[in-house]
Design a binder for this molecule. Structure first.
Ligand code: UD1
Ligand code: CA
Length: 463
């Protein structure tokens, strides 16, 4: 990709009052990443430099997010409007000559291609100021783009400051601008806070450019891309738009989505061709799904799922590694550090944590496997529990290859069951079991002849 010579400023100092949230608006997640990180990934992708994020409200938290993308921050304290926000980078751009891309931190659906298009138009037309606009059937509370009779842009008026006629205009300001640095800071020095909110509006520079006869260009964008998120309703709308974008991309790559509207896939997730996702699937974080994987209604987060794996319904899988051909669920809970080797099976109501189930091994029903290393071809009977925690320490259970563990057994860690051993059903294993041995710990059964019948008869007599 060609490196573009432009600076970038991302505005992220506002509180986002309309979200009614303790979390700064730009840190709300969309497809598993914060809004801000979507915008910063765009800035990084365009290799814009220098680039700054303007922070203010909960500056520390927002700055931390910016740092993850190696983008510098400047503090706006207190936030007094979008124009005042841009001014916080004035000193840094003192010697910079050229176009500055300005983005709001709350428009995470913008595509790189669109910004490249705007930069190209800006350059080709020799513009001083270019802005991305969009025509909306319902222009809501966005700033309106007011044009003169000849079609040229006159100014942008905020919804709150607009009169009835202006509010009827359906072309809106998306908050994406490219402005020549010299004009930008000169114009911003003229901006006054005489508007309904008493803020310094960045949008006022559009009217200034027009009055001063500077070349102004408006480029129309795809409405979906420029959704500005101000409320939780906007966030839900944006999530839906983002999801359908992600869905389309995976379907094009050969993944079947059965009723996509009920499937969630985070932005960073990878899925192999030939996989089939059923309704109710949620693939989250950095999960990597292999080829030909079948997944029913389940939540999978930050996990690696191998080729040909089947995940049946209602499983919660987090930070787990599942190798090819394994079968999981229904109703399994694989907590962080769970590893299923090739062809292993975990059935209903089995919980695993920091445990490995070896190749071809099975834990079919009602088990807890915590801090356990289980070898190959092991059968874990129904109701087997690793007792890994004594209230102070956590200890490991080791089960070697070809062991058979009968139902309702407890393995009190630290303990080791040697290769080929057999644990009788109902056994409480408190000491190591040697190779090929049978371990059995039960109170011998005592059958009292006719006992039940006698009790029945006694009861009858009382009546
Ligand atoms: C802004 C535009 C509006 C446009 C809309 C597009 C202005 C005055 N209005 O309105 O014309 O239609 O975006 O989505 O610019 N911010 C700061 N410091 C501040 C105030 C805001 O950094 O002092 C940041 C916010 O964190 C946010 C962005 O600037 O990321 C936009 O602020 P917001 O309050 O959402 O502006 P809108 O009312 O949506
Ligand atoms: Ca906004």
């Amino acid at each position: 990709m060609v490196k573009i010579k432009a600076a970038a400023i991302v505005l992220a100092a506002g509180q986002g009052k309309r979200m009614k949230s303790a979390l700064p608006k730009v840190l709300h997640p969309l497809a598993g990443k914060t809004m801000l990180s979507h915008v910063l990934a765009l800035v990084k992708g365009l290799t814009l430099s220098p680039a700054f994020v303007i922070v203010g409200h909960q500056a520390e938290a927002v700055a931390k997010a910016a740092k993850e993308h190696n983008i510098e921050t400047r503090l706006q304290n207190p936030p007094r409007g979008t124009g005042d926000a841009v001014l916080q980078a004035k000193a840094d751009l003192r010697h910079f000559r050229g176009p500055v891309l300005i983005l709001n931190g709350d428009t995470p659906l913008l595509r790189e291609k669109t910004i490249r298009g705007l930069l190209n138009t800006h350059r080709k037309q020799g513009a001083t100021l270019s802005l991305l606009t969009v025509k909306l059937a319902d222009p809501g509370a966005y700033g309106r783009v007011i044009r003169r009779e000849d079609g040229s842009i006159d100014r942008v008026v905020e919804y709150r400051d607009a009169n009835a006629a202006e509010r009827k205009v359906n072309e809106i300001n998306t908050g994406v601008y490219i402005c020549e640095s010299t004009f930008l800071f000169k114009a911003l020095d003229q901006v006054q806070p005489n508007n309904e909110q008493g803020e310094f509006y960045l949008t006022d520079i559009i009217g200034i450019a027009s009055r001063e006869g500077e070349k102004l260009v408006g480029l129309e964008a795809d409405p979906e891309e420029v959704i500005g998120i101000n409320s939780r309703a906007d966030l839900a709308l944006a999530e839906a738009a983002f999801q359908s974008r992600i869905h389309r991309a995976w379907m094009e790559k050969g993944v079947t989505l059965v009723d996509p509207s009920r499937i969630r896939i985070d932005a960073e997730v990878k899925i192999g061709a030939g996989s089939i996702l059923h309704p109710g699937v949620s693939l989250e974080g950095t999960s990597k799904i292999g080829e030909a994987v079948m997944i029913y209604a389940s939540r999978i987060k930050d996990s690696r799922i191998g080729k040909g794996v089947t995940i049946k319904d209602f499983c919660v899988i987090e930070d787990a590694d599942i190798e090819s051909g394994a079968v999981v669920g229904p109703f399994a809970h694989l907590r962080p550090g769970s590893v299923l080797r090739k062809g292993a099976k975990v059935g209903n109501f089995v919980e695993m944590k920091k445990s490995e189930l070896g190749e071809g091994s099975k834990a079919g029903h009602l088990s807890y496997l915590g801090d356990a290393t289980i070898g190959k071809r092991v059968n874990i009977g129904a109701g087997t529990i690793t007792c890994n925690y004594d209230g102070h320490n956590k200890d490991r259970t080791i089960v070697e290859d070809d062991v058979f563990i009968g139902s309702d057994s407890q393995l009190i860690a630290p303990v080791k069951v040697g290769r080929g051993a057999l644990i009788a059903a109902g056994t409480t294993v408190t000491k190591d079991v040697p190779r090929d041995a049978l371990a059995i710990s039960r109170i011998p059964q005592d059958n009292k002849a006719e006992w039940a019948k006698r009790r029945r008869n006694q009861k009858k007599k009382k009546k």
